[in-house]
Design a protein around this ligand. Structure first.
Ligand SMILES: Nc1ncnc2c1ncn2[C@@H]1O[C@H](COP(=O)(O)OP(=O)(O)OP(=O)(O)O)[C@@H](O)[C@H]1O
Ligand SMILES: [Mg+2]
Length: 341
């Protein structure tokens, strides 16, 4: 078994068109379109019940869609399930290891299920245990593993068949920050080796850390998509932050921007605590115009920066819902007011 994809080749490893899956009245997937380019990570972001696991199940051939199409590595989920299963790996939302079996036994069993010979299954199991730092725990039953060790065993299990496309369904939900970082490191390593990843998550930070592109889904529908920065910019531009060398200049600076009547610039506000002037902008031209104006007026500027809205704000803006992220609501409100100021 070898990987047949070429990282960054620009081809799509996953192509989903008009995918529909209904459970009675529930529209778990209600016409989903998405692509994952080979060698990249697509983050599928959505709240509880958005349809993330349903999507992963259809793409793994575990359930059949009601309508639409999906191809993975060129194989159709409905008409070529056997070929498709050979190229994918899946780390499900809920740990799928057998509690009573040891790490080695779990991985050996999966290797055998994937038609590896006894010898190859043993070898692959040992390799994966080593790679995911589980060699010492290899002989212990999985029920004695910590949450992080279980997740690593899950990842190891999904890599036994050397998949070219890997699905990770909320891989770090419930993990502590340190263990979460370890999982992220492993995912990055797999991606650097050419694996294409479709990752579902409820964590903005996770998407920002791992994903090249994002698709935001809610109630079975794609509500936004694009690059991480692109998506942030969609929510409504950026804030230009200018720091005068002399904080006493803040009011005069605000006045200068407000009175200049620059195209599309509604105004500016002073943040005395931070010692900066905030100007909402939507284009690079506006950025240049503001800086140019302040230069002409002879202001001494100590620093300039622009800030995109956070992914939490993106989510709030496109779904009208808060995410389950741990960010304190109060902080979020403050950030939003700053962006809206
Ligand atoms: N087997 C099923 N039978 C009936 N309804 C289902 C089934 N599986 C999922 N659903 C419903 O479909 C919708 C989407 O569920 P899904 O599990 O795909 O969401 P999710 O985005 O993975 O959520 P979470 O973040 O909680 O894991 C939900 O309303 C869910 O209740
Ligand atoms: Mg789910």
């Amino acid at each position: 078994m070898t990987r047949n994809d070429i990282p960054g080749s620009g081809r799509n490893a996953v192509e989903v068109r008009g995918l529909v899956k209904h459970y009675g009245e529930t529209k778990a997937l209600d016409g989903v379109d998405l692509d994952v380019r080979e060698g990249t990570v697509l983050g599928v972001l959505g709240p509880n019940g958005a349809g993330k696991t349903t999507l992963v199940r259809v793409l793994s051939t575990l359930i059949r869609p009601d309508a639409g199409s999906a191809r993975v590595a060129g194989y159709d989920v409905v008409s070529q399930p056997r070929q498709l299963r050979r190229v994918i790996g899946l780390t499900g939302q809920y740990a799928s290891v057998d509690e009573k079996l040891s790490g080695t036994e779990n991985l050996y069993m999966i290797g055998r299920l994937l038609d590896l010979s006894r010898k190859d299954a043993r070898r692959r199991a040992a390799e994966m245990l080593e790679r995911f730092s589980l060699t010492e725990a290899a002989k212990r039953p999985a029920m004695q593993y910590s949450g992080g060790m279980r997740r690593r065993l899950d990842l190891a299990a999904s890599m036994i068949g050397l998949p070219s496309v890997l699905y990770l369904d909320e891989p770090t939900t419930g993990l502590d920050p340190r263990t979460r970082n370890e999982v992220w490191e492993e995912v990055r390593r797999m991606v650097s080796e050419g694996v294409t990843v479709l990752l579902t998550t409820q964590y903005m930070e996770e998407a920002e850390q791992l994903a090249d592109e994002l698709t935001v889904i809610d109630r079975g529908r794609v509500i936004a998509g694009g690059g991480v920065d692109e998506l942030k910019a969609k929510v409504g531009g950026r804030t230009l932050q200018i720091r005068p060398a002399d904080p006493a200049e803040l009011p005069r600076m605000v006045g200068a921007v407000a009175q200049a009547g620059l195209d599309g610039i509604a105004g500016a506000t002073a943040d005395a605590a931070e010692g900066v002037v905030n100007v909402p902008i939507v284009s690079d031209e506006q950025l240049t115009a503001v800086i140019g104006l302040l230069g002409e007026r002879g202001f001494a500027i100590a620093g300039i920066s622009t800030h995109l809205p956070s992914l939490d704000e993106v989510f709030l803006a496109v779904t009208g819902q808060k995410t389950s992220d741990s960010t304190a609501p109060q902080d979020r409100t403050d950030e939003l007011q700053e962006v809206a100021a």
